[in-house]
Design a binder for this molecule. Structure first.
Ligand SMILES: [Zn+2]
Length: 69
């Protein structure tokens, strides 16, 4: 153990679902997710429209609140 030089890995990214570090390279087939499970969870969340913004949410865009000048 410790004899093998590890293959060069891609940069570490955080799994959008669980926040685990994932190597963003060919060694992580589910990147940027850490696993298929996390990927499915994320897709499922979208499919469930949980990410949809409720229409009752007032959108801040009617009046220019913060002027640059
Ligand atoms: Zn994950």
């Amino acid at each position: 153990m410790g004899n093998d030089i590890p293959a060069q890995r891609g940069p570490l990214v955080k799994c959008p679902t669980c926040g685990r570090n994932v190597h963003y390279d060919s060694g992580s087939p589910f990147r940027p997710f850490c696993s298929e499970r996390c990927r499915l969870i994320d897709l499922g969340t979208w499919a469930d429209e949980s990410y949809r913004i409720p229409e009752s949410t007032p959108r801040d865009g009617g009046l220019p609140s913060d002027s640059d000048d």
